[in-house]
Write a protein of this length. Structure first.
Length: 415
Protein backbone atom coordinates (compact mmCIF):
# COMPACT_ATOMS: atom_id res chain seq x y z
CA UNK A 1 0.00 0.00 0.00
CA UNK A 2 1.32 3.43 -0.98
CA UNK A 3 0.12 6.63 0.67
CA UNK A 4 0.24 9.73 -1.52
CA UNK A 5 0.49 13.23 -0.11
CA UNK A 6 -2.07 15.97 -0.85
CA UNK A 7 0.28 17.40 -3.49
CA UNK A 8 0.23 14.21 -5.54
CA UNK A 9 -1.56 13.83 -8.85
CA UNK A 10 -4.30 11.77 -7.22
CA UNK A 11 -5.95 14.12 -4.75
CA UNK A 12 -8.49 11.57 -3.59
CA UNK A 13 -7.47 8.63 -1.41
CA UNK A 14 -6.68 5.60 -3.48
CA UNK A 15 -5.11 2.23 -2.68
CA UNK A 16 -2.83 0.39 -5.07
CA UNK A 17 -2.52 -3.37 -4.73
CA UNK A 18 0.76 -4.60 -6.16
CA UNK A 19 -0.07 -8.25 -5.39
CA UNK A 20 3.03 -8.53 -3.22
CA UNK A 21 3.19 -10.30 0.13
CA UNK A 22 6.02 -10.63 2.69
CA UNK A 23 8.52 -13.45 2.74
CA UNK A 24 7.24 -16.40 4.81
CA UNK A 25 8.96 -17.30 8.08
CA UNK A 26 10.99 -20.51 8.06
CA UNK A 27 12.38 -20.34 11.64
CA UNK A 28 15.73 -21.66 10.37
CA UNK A 29 14.03 -24.90 9.28
CA UNK A 30 15.81 -25.49 6.00
CA UNK A 31 13.67 -28.47 5.03
CA UNK A 32 10.66 -26.12 5.01
CA UNK A 33 12.62 -23.64 2.90
CA UNK A 34 13.58 -26.38 0.47
CA UNK A 35 9.97 -27.55 0.14
CA UNK A 36 8.83 -23.96 -0.38
CA UNK A 37 11.38 -23.40 -3.15
CA UNK A 38 10.28 -26.66 -4.76
CA UNK A 39 6.59 -25.65 -4.64
CA UNK A 40 7.38 -22.22 -6.08
CA UNK A 41 9.37 -23.77 -8.90
CA UNK A 42 6.56 -26.24 -9.64
CA UNK A 43 4.04 -23.37 -9.79
CA UNK A 44 6.15 -21.41 -12.27
CA UNK A 45 7.77 -18.97 -9.82
CA UNK A 46 11.40 -17.88 -10.07
CA UNK A 47 13.25 -18.18 -6.73
CA UNK A 48 15.91 -15.68 -5.75
CA UNK A 49 17.98 -15.84 -2.54
CA UNK A 50 19.49 -12.45 -1.72
CA UNK A 51 22.71 -12.85 0.29
CA UNK A 52 24.90 -10.34 2.09
CA UNK A 53 28.11 -11.95 0.77
CA UNK A 54 29.50 -14.85 -1.27
CA UNK A 55 30.03 -16.97 1.84
CA UNK A 56 26.30 -16.89 2.61
CA UNK A 57 25.48 -17.93 -0.96
CA UNK A 58 27.88 -20.87 -0.67
CA UNK A 59 26.33 -21.73 2.71
CA UNK A 60 22.89 -22.20 1.14
CA UNK A 61 24.35 -24.56 -1.45
CA UNK A 62 26.12 -26.64 1.22
CA UNK A 63 23.00 -26.84 3.40
CA UNK A 64 20.76 -27.93 0.53
CA UNK A 65 23.28 -30.55 -0.61
CA UNK A 66 23.43 -31.95 2.92
CA UNK A 67 19.63 -32.13 3.16
CA UNK A 68 19.17 -33.92 -0.17
CA UNK A 69 22.49 -34.99 -1.65
CA UNK A 70 20.92 -37.19 -4.34
CA UNK A 71 18.91 -34.31 -5.84
CA UNK A 72 21.54 -31.61 -5.34
CA UNK A 73 21.79 -30.89 -9.07
CA UNK A 74 18.02 -30.45 -9.47
CA UNK A 75 17.81 -28.27 -6.36
CA UNK A 76 20.42 -25.88 -7.75
CA UNK A 77 18.20 -25.33 -10.80
CA UNK A 78 15.28 -24.24 -8.60
CA UNK A 79 16.86 -21.04 -7.26
CA UNK A 80 19.39 -18.31 -7.99
CA UNK A 81 21.59 -16.57 -5.42
CA UNK A 82 22.26 -12.85 -5.70
CA UNK A 83 24.89 -11.13 -3.55
CA UNK A 84 22.91 -8.00 -2.75
CA UNK A 85 21.69 -7.18 0.77
CA UNK A 86 18.04 -6.05 0.75
CA UNK A 87 15.90 -5.14 3.73
CA UNK A 88 13.02 -7.63 3.39
CA UNK A 89 12.06 -10.54 1.20
CA UNK A 90 8.77 -10.69 -0.70
CA UNK A 91 6.65 -12.73 -3.09
CA UNK A 92 5.45 -10.97 -6.24
CA UNK A 93 2.37 -12.94 -7.33
CA UNK A 94 1.79 -10.90 -10.48
CA UNK A 95 5.28 -11.46 -11.88
CA UNK A 96 5.71 -14.84 -10.16
CA UNK A 97 8.86 -13.93 -8.26
CA UNK A 98 9.91 -15.21 -4.82
CA UNK A 99 12.70 -13.07 -3.37
CA UNK A 100 14.02 -14.23 0.02
CA UNK A 101 16.75 -12.66 2.17
CA UNK A 102 19.41 -14.63 4.00
CA UNK A 103 19.12 -12.62 7.20
CA UNK A 104 15.39 -13.39 7.50
CA UNK A 105 15.93 -17.09 6.80
CA UNK A 106 18.71 -17.30 9.39
CA UNK A 107 16.87 -14.89 11.74
CA UNK A 108 19.78 -12.49 12.00
CA UNK A 109 19.82 -8.77 12.58
CA UNK A 110 20.11 -6.80 9.35
CA UNK A 111 22.65 -4.02 9.35
CA UNK A 112 22.76 -1.30 6.75
CA UNK A 113 26.25 -0.56 5.45
CA UNK A 114 27.38 2.41 3.42
CA UNK A 115 30.44 1.75 1.30
CA UNK A 116 32.84 4.57 0.74
CA UNK A 117 35.64 4.78 -1.79
CA UNK A 118 37.37 7.46 0.27
CA UNK A 119 40.38 6.20 2.20
CA UNK A 120 40.63 7.85 5.58
CA UNK A 121 44.01 7.93 7.27
CA UNK A 122 44.37 9.03 10.87
CA UNK A 123 47.54 10.10 12.55
CA UNK A 124 47.47 7.91 15.65
CA UNK A 125 49.98 10.04 17.51
CA UNK A 126 47.88 13.16 17.09
CA UNK A 127 44.81 11.23 18.15
CA UNK A 128 46.56 10.05 21.32
CA UNK A 129 47.74 13.58 22.01
CA UNK A 130 44.17 14.85 22.24
CA UNK A 131 43.42 12.24 24.91
CA UNK A 132 46.34 13.21 27.15
CA UNK A 133 45.78 15.28 30.28
CA UNK A 134 48.38 17.16 32.30
CA UNK A 135 50.16 14.69 34.58
CA UNK A 136 49.77 11.63 32.35
CA UNK A 137 52.85 9.47 31.91
CA UNK A 138 54.49 9.57 28.48
CA UNK A 139 57.56 7.89 27.01
CA UNK A 140 60.17 9.73 24.95
CA UNK A 141 62.33 7.42 22.88
CA UNK A 142 65.53 9.33 23.84
CA UNK A 143 64.82 10.53 27.39
CA UNK A 144 62.55 7.87 28.90
CA UNK A 145 59.38 8.18 30.96
CA UNK A 146 58.19 11.61 32.06
CA UNK A 147 54.94 13.49 32.66
CA UNK A 148 52.86 15.36 30.12
CA UNK A 149 52.91 19.07 30.96
CA UNK A 150 50.52 20.29 28.28
CA UNK A 151 50.97 22.26 25.07
CA UNK A 152 52.96 25.46 25.21
CA UNK A 153 54.05 28.12 22.72
CA UNK A 154 57.80 28.71 22.66
CA UNK A 155 60.19 30.96 20.72
CA UNK A 156 62.64 29.19 18.40
CA UNK A 157 64.99 31.35 16.36
CA UNK A 158 62.61 34.26 16.62
CA UNK A 159 59.59 32.23 15.54
CA UNK A 160 56.68 31.14 17.72
CA UNK A 161 55.74 27.49 17.55
CA UNK A 162 53.70 25.05 19.59
CA UNK A 163 55.51 22.36 21.53
CA UNK A 164 54.75 19.57 23.97
CA UNK A 165 56.05 20.06 27.49
CA UNK A 166 57.49 16.99 29.22
CA UNK A 167 58.46 17.11 32.90
CA UNK A 168 61.17 14.79 34.26
CA UNK A 169 62.80 14.18 37.65
CA UNK A 170 63.94 17.29 39.56
CA UNK A 171 61.45 19.27 37.43
CA UNK A 172 63.70 19.09 34.38
CA UNK A 173 61.75 20.04 31.26
CA UNK A 174 61.95 18.96 27.64
CA UNK A 175 60.01 20.72 24.89
CA UNK A 176 59.15 18.49 21.95
CA UNK A 177 58.20 20.08 18.64
CA UNK A 178 54.92 18.94 17.15
CA UNK A 179 57.02 17.88 14.15
CA UNK A 180 58.70 15.26 16.39
CA UNK A 181 55.55 13.60 17.72
CA UNK A 182 56.82 10.24 16.47
CA UNK A 183 59.33 10.26 19.33
CA UNK A 184 56.74 10.21 22.11
CA UNK A 185 53.92 7.86 23.04
CA UNK A 186 51.48 7.40 25.87
CA UNK A 187 52.93 5.18 28.60
CA UNK A 188 51.37 1.75 28.87
CA UNK A 189 52.30 -0.46 31.80
CA UNK A 190 50.88 -2.35 34.72
CA UNK A 191 47.62 -0.86 35.95
CA UNK A 192 47.90 0.87 39.31
CA UNK A 193 51.72 0.80 39.36
CA UNK A 194 53.30 4.24 38.82
CA UNK A 195 56.42 4.10 36.63
CA UNK A 196 59.83 5.50 37.47
CA UNK A 197 60.37 9.08 36.28
CA UNK A 198 63.77 9.35 34.66
CA UNK A 199 66.38 12.04 35.21
CA UNK A 200 67.63 13.89 32.18
CA UNK A 201 71.27 13.20 31.37
CA UNK A 202 71.48 9.89 33.30
CA UNK A 203 72.37 6.55 31.72
CA UNK A 204 69.45 4.68 33.35
CA UNK A 205 67.15 4.90 30.33
CA UNK A 206 69.98 4.02 27.93
CA UNK A 207 70.88 0.92 29.99
CA UNK A 208 67.23 -0.16 30.17
CA UNK A 209 66.89 0.10 26.38
CA UNK A 210 70.04 -1.99 25.91
CA UNK A 211 68.72 -4.70 28.26
CA UNK A 212 65.36 -4.66 26.51
CA UNK A 213 66.98 -5.06 23.10
CA UNK A 214 69.01 -8.00 24.38
CA UNK A 215 65.88 -9.61 25.82
CA UNK A 216 63.97 -9.08 22.57
CA UNK A 217 66.82 -10.74 20.63
CA UNK A 218 66.68 -13.71 23.01
CA UNK A 219 62.90 -14.03 22.59
CA UNK A 220 63.23 -13.67 18.83
CA UNK A 221 65.86 -16.42 18.73
CA UNK A 222 63.57 -18.77 20.68
CA UNK A 223 60.64 -17.90 18.42
CA UNK A 224 62.70 -18.60 15.30
CA UNK A 225 63.61 -22.00 16.71
CA UNK A 226 59.97 -22.73 17.54
CA UNK A 227 58.68 -21.63 14.13
CA UNK A 228 61.41 -23.59 12.34
CA UNK A 229 60.40 -26.69 14.30
CA UNK A 230 56.70 -26.09 13.58
CA UNK A 231 57.40 -25.58 9.88
CA UNK A 232 59.19 -28.92 9.63
CA UNK A 233 56.48 -30.81 11.50
CA UNK A 234 53.25 -31.92 9.92
CA UNK A 235 50.08 -30.68 11.58
CA UNK A 236 46.61 -32.16 11.59
CA UNK A 237 44.65 -31.37 8.42
CA UNK A 238 41.11 -30.49 9.45
CA UNK A 239 38.28 -31.47 7.12
CA UNK A 240 36.23 -28.88 5.18
CA UNK A 241 33.17 -27.42 6.86
CA UNK A 242 30.49 -29.93 7.77
CA UNK A 243 26.74 -29.42 7.89
CA UNK A 244 26.97 -28.80 11.65
CA UNK A 245 29.64 -26.13 11.07
CA UNK A 246 27.32 -24.35 8.64
CA UNK A 247 24.46 -24.67 11.12
CA UNK A 248 26.53 -23.08 13.87
CA UNK A 249 27.64 -20.15 11.72
CA UNK A 250 24.12 -19.65 10.38
CA UNK A 251 22.75 -19.46 13.93
CA UNK A 252 24.81 -16.32 14.67
CA UNK A 253 22.10 -13.70 15.19
CA UNK A 254 24.22 -10.80 13.93
CA UNK A 255 25.42 -10.12 10.43
CA UNK A 256 29.11 -10.88 10.00
CA UNK A 257 31.31 -7.85 9.48
CA UNK A 258 33.67 -7.97 6.48
CA UNK A 259 36.61 -8.43 8.87
CA UNK A 260 34.84 -11.30 10.65
CA UNK A 261 34.14 -13.02 7.34
CA UNK A 262 37.75 -12.58 6.22
CA UNK A 263 39.24 -13.70 9.56
CA UNK A 264 36.99 -16.76 9.78
CA UNK A 265 37.89 -17.84 6.24
CA UNK A 266 41.63 -17.38 6.86
CA UNK A 267 41.55 -19.28 10.16
CA UNK A 268 39.65 -22.21 8.64
CA UNK A 269 41.99 -22.26 5.62
CA UNK A 270 44.97 -22.50 7.99
CA UNK A 271 43.29 -25.32 9.91
CA UNK A 272 42.61 -27.24 6.70
CA UNK A 273 46.28 -27.12 5.68
CA UNK A 274 48.84 -29.70 6.84
CA UNK A 275 50.98 -27.06 8.59
CA UNK A 276 50.41 -26.10 12.25
CA UNK A 277 48.42 -22.85 12.28
CA UNK A 278 49.89 -19.75 13.90
CA UNK A 279 47.24 -17.08 13.36
CA UNK A 280 46.81 -13.74 15.16
CA UNK A 281 43.39 -12.03 15.15
CA UNK A 282 43.66 -8.43 16.33
CA UNK A 283 40.60 -6.24 16.87
CA UNK A 284 39.16 -3.83 19.40
CA UNK A 285 36.69 -4.92 22.08
CA UNK A 286 33.30 -5.70 20.55
CA UNK A 287 34.60 -6.41 17.05
CA UNK A 288 33.67 -10.11 17.12
CA UNK A 289 36.96 -11.91 17.84
CA UNK A 290 35.23 -14.36 20.20
CA UNK A 291 32.81 -15.49 17.49
CA UNK A 292 35.77 -16.27 15.21
CA UNK A 293 37.31 -18.30 18.06
CA UNK A 294 34.03 -20.16 18.69
CA UNK A 295 33.81 -21.20 15.03
CA UNK A 296 37.44 -22.37 15.03
CA UNK A 297 36.92 -24.28 18.29
CA UNK A 298 33.84 -26.03 16.95
CA UNK A 299 35.67 -26.97 13.75
CA UNK A 300 38.32 -28.66 15.89
CA UNK A 301 35.73 -30.50 18.01
CA UNK A 302 33.84 -31.51 14.86
CA UNK A 303 37.07 -33.23 13.80
CA UNK A 304 37.27 -35.12 17.12
CA UNK A 305 39.98 -32.85 18.55
CA UNK A 306 40.14 -31.09 21.92
CA UNK A 307 40.49 -27.34 22.39
CA UNK A 308 42.33 -25.38 25.10
CA UNK A 309 41.52 -21.70 25.61
CA UNK A 310 44.07 -19.80 27.70
CA UNK A 311 43.01 -16.46 29.23
CA UNK A 312 44.90 -14.08 31.57
CA UNK A 313 42.27 -13.56 34.31
CA UNK A 314 39.86 -15.63 36.38
CA UNK A 315 36.90 -13.41 35.47
CA UNK A 316 37.62 -13.67 31.75
CA UNK A 317 37.79 -17.46 32.04
CA UNK A 318 34.28 -17.58 33.47
CA UNK A 319 32.98 -15.03 30.92
CA UNK A 320 34.34 -17.12 28.05
CA UNK A 321 32.89 -20.26 29.63
CA UNK A 322 29.42 -18.70 29.68
CA UNK A 323 29.77 -17.34 26.13
CA UNK A 324 30.98 -20.64 24.66
CA UNK A 325 28.38 -22.65 26.59
CA UNK A 326 25.51 -20.44 25.42
CA UNK A 327 26.73 -20.31 21.82
CA UNK A 328 27.27 -24.09 21.57
CA UNK A 329 24.25 -25.22 23.59
CA UNK A 330 22.55 -26.76 20.54
CA UNK A 331 25.69 -28.60 19.43
CA UNK A 332 27.15 -31.91 20.67
CA UNK A 333 29.98 -30.17 22.51
CA UNK A 334 31.08 -30.27 26.16
CA UNK A 335 32.71 -27.17 27.69
CA UNK A 336 34.52 -26.86 31.03
CA UNK A 337 36.77 -24.35 32.76
CA UNK A 338 39.59 -24.16 35.30
CA UNK A 339 40.36 -21.25 37.60
CA UNK A 340 41.15 -20.61 41.26
CA UNK A 341 37.46 -20.42 42.21
CA UNK A 342 36.86 -24.06 41.26
CA UNK A 343 36.97 -26.55 44.13
CA UNK A 344 39.61 -29.28 44.25
CA UNK A 345 36.93 -31.86 43.44
CA UNK A 346 35.70 -29.87 40.43
CA UNK A 347 39.25 -29.42 39.13
CA UNK A 348 40.00 -33.13 39.53
CA UNK A 349 36.85 -34.07 37.61
CA UNK A 350 37.69 -31.62 34.81
CA UNK A 351 41.25 -32.97 34.52
CA UNK A 352 39.94 -36.54 34.45
CA UNK A 353 37.49 -35.73 31.65
CA UNK A 354 40.27 -34.02 29.68
CA UNK A 355 42.59 -37.01 29.96
CA UNK A 356 39.80 -39.42 28.97
CA UNK A 357 38.70 -37.26 26.04
CA UNK A 358 35.22 -36.68 27.47
CA UNK A 359 35.69 -32.90 27.63
CA UNK A 360 35.92 -31.15 24.26
CA UNK A 361 36.74 -27.56 25.22
CA UNK A 362 38.47 -26.34 28.38
CA UNK A 363 38.89 -22.67 29.28
CA UNK A 364 41.31 -21.57 31.97
CA UNK A 365 44.03 -19.31 33.27
CA UNK A 366 47.74 -20.21 33.59
CA UNK A 367 46.67 -23.45 35.33
CA UNK A 368 46.19 -24.94 31.86
CA UNK A 369 49.97 -25.10 31.33
CA UNK A 370 50.59 -27.09 34.54
CA UNK A 371 52.14 -30.55 34.20
CA UNK A 372 49.05 -32.26 35.66
CA UNK A 373 46.90 -31.06 32.75
CA UNK A 374 46.85 -33.87 30.19
CA UNK A 375 44.87 -33.86 26.95
CA UNK A 376 43.84 -37.00 25.14
CA UNK A 377 44.04 -35.33 21.71
CA UNK A 378 44.64 -31.57 21.71
CA UNK A 379 44.08 -30.04 18.28
CA UNK A 380 43.70 -26.30 18.85
CA UNK A 381 45.14 -23.81 21.34
CA UNK A 382 43.43 -20.41 21.60
CA UNK A 383 45.30 -17.72 23.54
CA UNK A 384 43.48 -14.54 24.55
CA UNK A 385 45.70 -11.49 25.18
CA UNK A 386 49.03 -13.36 25.12
CA UNK A 387 50.97 -10.19 25.97
CA UNK A 388 49.45 -10.25 29.48
CA UNK A 389 51.06 -13.57 30.39
CA UNK A 390 54.40 -13.88 32.17
CA UNK A 391 57.59 -15.30 30.70
CA UNK A 392 57.18 -18.65 32.50
CA UNK A 393 53.73 -19.21 31.02
CA UNK A 394 54.95 -18.33 27.53
CA UNK A 395 57.89 -20.74 27.84
CA UNK A 396 55.49 -23.55 28.77
CA UNK A 397 53.25 -22.61 25.85
CA UNK A 398 56.13 -23.36 23.49
CA UNK A 399 56.11 -27.03 24.48
CA UNK A 400 52.31 -27.30 24.27
CA UNK A 401 51.99 -25.59 20.89
CA UNK A 402 54.87 -27.30 19.10
CA UNK A 403 52.64 -29.08 16.56
CA UNK A 404 49.19 -27.84 17.60
CA UNK A 405 47.21 -25.22 15.68
CA UNK A 406 47.41 -21.92 17.58
CA UNK A 407 45.01 -18.97 17.39
CA UNK A 408 45.87 -15.78 19.29
CA UNK A 409 43.28 -13.09 20.05
CA UNK A 410 44.18 -9.59 21.13
CA UNK A 411 42.77 -6.08 21.28
CA UNK A 412 46.29 -4.63 21.49
CA UNK A 413 48.46 -4.44 18.36
CA UNK A 414 51.53 -6.63 18.89
CA UNK A 415 54.80 -5.65 17.14
Amino acid sequence: IVELSSKAIYRTKRAFDFHIKPQPSFNKQFDLLLNNLNDNHFNGYKNYLFCSNDAQAKRFQDIFETLDEENAENIRKQYNTIVLPIYQGFIDEENQLACYTDHQIFERYHKFSIKSNISKKQNITLKELTTLTVGDYVTHIDHGIGRFGGLQKIQVEGKTQEAIKLVYADNDIVYVSIHSLYKISKYTGKDGTPPKIYKLGSNAWKILKQKTKARVKHIAFNLIQLYAKRKLEKGFRFAPDSYLQNELESSFIYEDTPDQTKSTAEVKADMESDRPMDRLVCGDVGFGKTEVAIRAAFKAVDNSKQVAILVPTTILAYQHYRTFTERLKDMPVSVGYLNRFRTAKQKAETLKQLAEGKLDIVIGTHQLVNKNVVFKDLGLLIVDEEQKFGVNVKDKLKTIAANVDTLTLTATPIP
